[in-house]
Design a protein. Structure first.
Length: 226
């Protein structure tokens, strides 16, 4: 997969020949310095942008062949999102925020029960009827995790999900995501600049200058000796 922005002298290659597969249930980190291309890659996987060339296969579907309306429907049913900021709607309750993806999908069967069960699982059973602006940042991120899981997605994509939290709350959120991944056999792909915060994970993909490398070590041709 390749992604290029601009034309002529302003042409910038954001991703070059990126190719990898992720198995169901894997907890995967995408790491790299600022400007390396990791967020661009997440946007490709999340169908928020399209590659210039190549394919993005999700659940056996080549998403490049989907039209705009199909992409929106596919994204909502197959992908869950967690962002650096929880992006909860402040005029809705915590429960109503979690239900939003199901409402968009017009799939209300068992939705209320499933949303309450998820909020219970992330420790927000007593907060579900509060307005979203009346809970803490850590609680809001827990609600965002529940919202990301409500449609039973093929993949949950998280973009710096702990970047706006203090270290103690961040550790709690990391352990919660790992717990939910294991409990639900849920695939997580997480972009982070703080590799150490996540401890042991299934895989790490390092993005450097728009290229992807398996693992965390510098590729051989980029070794630095002092």
């Amino acid at each position: 997969m390749n992604k290029t922005y601009g034309e002529g002298d302003t042409k910038v290659r954001a991703l070059t020949d990126v190719s990898f597969s992720i198995k169901k249930g894997e907890f995967v980190l995408i790491v790299g310095s600022s400007g390396s291309g990791k967020s661009t890659l997440l946007n490709m996987i999340g169908l928020l942008d399209r590659p210039t060339s190549g394919q993005v296969l999700i659940d056996g579907t080549n998403t490049i062949t989907l039209g705009d309306n199909q992409v929106s429907s596919f994204r909502n049913s197959k992908l869950g999102f967690i962002f650096q900021f929880s992006n909860l709607l402040t005029d809705l309750t915590v429960l109503e925020n979690v239900l939003l993806p199901r409402n968009i999908q017009h799939s209300n069967q068992n939705a209320m029960t499933e949303a309450k069960n998820l909020l219970k699982a992330v420790g927000l059973e007593s907060q579900m009827n509060k307005r979203a602006n009346k809970i803490s940042g850590g609680q809001a991120q827990r609600a965002a995790i529940a919202r990301g899981l409500i449609n039973n997605p093929t993949i949950v994509l998280a973009d710096e999900p702990t970047g706006n939290l203090d270290s103690i709350t961040a550790e709690t959120i990391v352990q919660l995501m790992k717990s939910m991944a294991k409990k639900l056999d849920q695939t997580f792909i997480i972009v982070t600049h703080d590799r150490q915060q996540f401890g042991e994970v299934d895989r790490v993909i390092t993005i450097r200058d728009g290229r992807a490398f398996e693992g965390e070590d510098l590729p051989h041709e980029m070794e630095i000796k002092v």
